[in-house]
Design a protein around this ligand. Structure first.
Ligand code: SF4
Ligand code: SF4
Length: 434
């Protein structure tokens, strides 16, 4: 089957806003907060009051794919507190008070990846709880321990949502580490062909030119069209490999990893530092000097805002639309004191200019259908959801929705279509499980 052609939609990127200055550092938070509310549940491995090292397992994720969650700092486990999560939910988190000593576990020191087998590299991914940092946070060791033949590993550097430049910044300032990590991701996949997928746009030229001389002979850079959602895994795989698949990229012989995940793997292999920090974009027209920061996982966003000059004078906090993640797939947040996670890429502070301009009714323009990359009809799905017609929702293919946010974005009436389709999808999936 030939890959489908994605509807052409170039979205204004607003990326220049956050790359005019080098990244800041925030690696010494007083405390970090680790969510206990992970879908399959966790087993807490420590007691309140215990001392932990950076990289020590504090809990283990339950379910089919078990993996540890490590402490991003050395310090003391203070207790359980309620904190805002980037999903805009108030959840239980473990607070670890930082002792600022950065004492780390010695498990990953002096690794010699050249001498390690594929299985040993995958074991490092598992023991460090390495998860995909660009999307759903799927454990990396599960992808790489496949028994299927892998003939291509793609580093996804598309970063296709507007405003976000954290992967771009991560690679710009750590190009050698990216290639180093990529070398061993290829080894872990038992594969000899690596592709770095990046969008064909002017601001990416610097990164591309930096990477080119560093590439190993089995690596190449391939360009994606500057459209949204070019970084969607299915689109990236189909465009780069020319192959389609039904459920997972591995069916097409491909593994995809995000650029920040690759960098994090390199940090472990090269310096013995397990995943404990991440680049993050703090941006939007309400911020004085937007930019990027490398921060410990579990840091409160509130602590990062002053690094960027804070909120512009004269802007009423109640008139800011704060988004955790990108404007297409992220969540609107009630409060600024939410906590960073392995997968969070940005906090975007936008001045709300839409007051009084919303038409709540569908105009029947069809834009939501024209632009849906999964070829769905969001306005029909919303209509059938309102009357609870589950059979029709199934026929409309709601489960193919990738929650990209495009339908809401292009709708002239600003109807929350993504949310409606998401609800419909959950209902149909629940019904299927019964
Ligand atoms: S959120 Fe779902 S329905 Fe809306 S455009 Fe994206 S894939 Fe289509
Ligand atoms: S884009 Fe909005 S107004 Fe146009 S058909 Fe879809 S729901 Fe209706």
């Amino acid at each position: 089957m030939k890959p489908r052609r994605l509807p052409e939609l170039h979205i204004e990127g607003y990326k220049e806003m956050s790359i005019t200055q080098g990244p800041k550092e925030f690696l010494k938070p007083k405390s970090v907060f680790i969510p206990l509310s992970i879908p399959n549940g966790v087993v807490f491995k420590k007691e309140i009051g215990d001392h932990v090292l950076l990289g020590e397992a504090i809990m283990e994720v339950e379910g089919r794919f078990k993996y540890p969650i490590l402490s991003p700092v050395s310090g003391t486990i203070k207790g359980k507190v309620k904190k805002w999560h980037p999903s805009n939910k108030l959840v239980d988190m473990i607070e670890i008070e930082n002792d600022f000593k950065e004492e780390k576990v010695d498990t990953f020191l002096n690794l010699k990846p050249d001498e390690m087998t594929r299985e040993e590299l995958i074991n490092v991914m598992m023991m460090t709880g390495l998860v995909g940092m660009g999307g759903a946070g799927f454990p990396a060791y599960v992808k790489y321990s496949t028994k299927e033949k892998v003939d291509m590993v793609i580093i996804n550097l598309a970063e296709c949502e507007p405003f976000i430049t954290c992967d771009y910044t991560c690679v710009l300032y750590n190009a050698q580490e990216l290639i180093y990590g990529f070398r061993y991701l290829l080894k872990a996949a038992g594969c000899n062909h690596g592709v770095i997928a990046i969008k064909d746009k002017d601001i990416n030229n610097i990164v591309i030119e930096m990477l080119k001389p560093l590439l190993d002979s089995n690596m190449e850079i391939r360009l994606l069209r500057d459209v949204y959602p070019a970084g969607w895994e299915r689109y990236t795989v189909e465009t780069i490999s020319g192959r389609t698949y039904k459920n997972l990229p591995i069916e097409a012989g491909v593994i995809v990893s995000n650029a920040s995940t690759c960098y994090s793997f390199a940090e472990t292999l090269k310096y013995g530092i397990p995943p404990s920090k991440k680049y993050l974009t703090i941006t939007g027209d309400a911020i004085v000097k937007p930019g990027n920061v490398i921060a410990k996982i579990g840091t409160q966003i509130n602590d990062l805002i002053p690094l960027f000059g804070g909120i512009k004078e004269g802007i009423d906090i109640s008139n800011i639309n704060l988004i955790a993640g990108g404007p297409m797939t992220g969540k609107s947040m009630f409060f600024q004191d939410f906590v960073t996670t392995h997968t969070l890429g940005a906090a975007i502070f936008l001045v709300n200019k839409s007051k009084g301009k919303i038409h709540p009714e569908c105009l029947g323009c069809g834009r939501c259908t024209d632009y849906c990359p999964s070829f769905l009809s969001p306005f029909e799905i919303r209509r059938e959801l309102k009357v609870g017609n589950l059979e029709e929702l199934k026929l409309l293919g709601v489960t193919k929705c990738i929650q990209c946010g495009l339908c809401s974005f292009v709708c002239p009436s600003r109807i929350e279509l993504t949310e409606a389709v998401g609800k419909a999808k959950d209902m149909v999936l629940k019904l299927g499980r019964k």
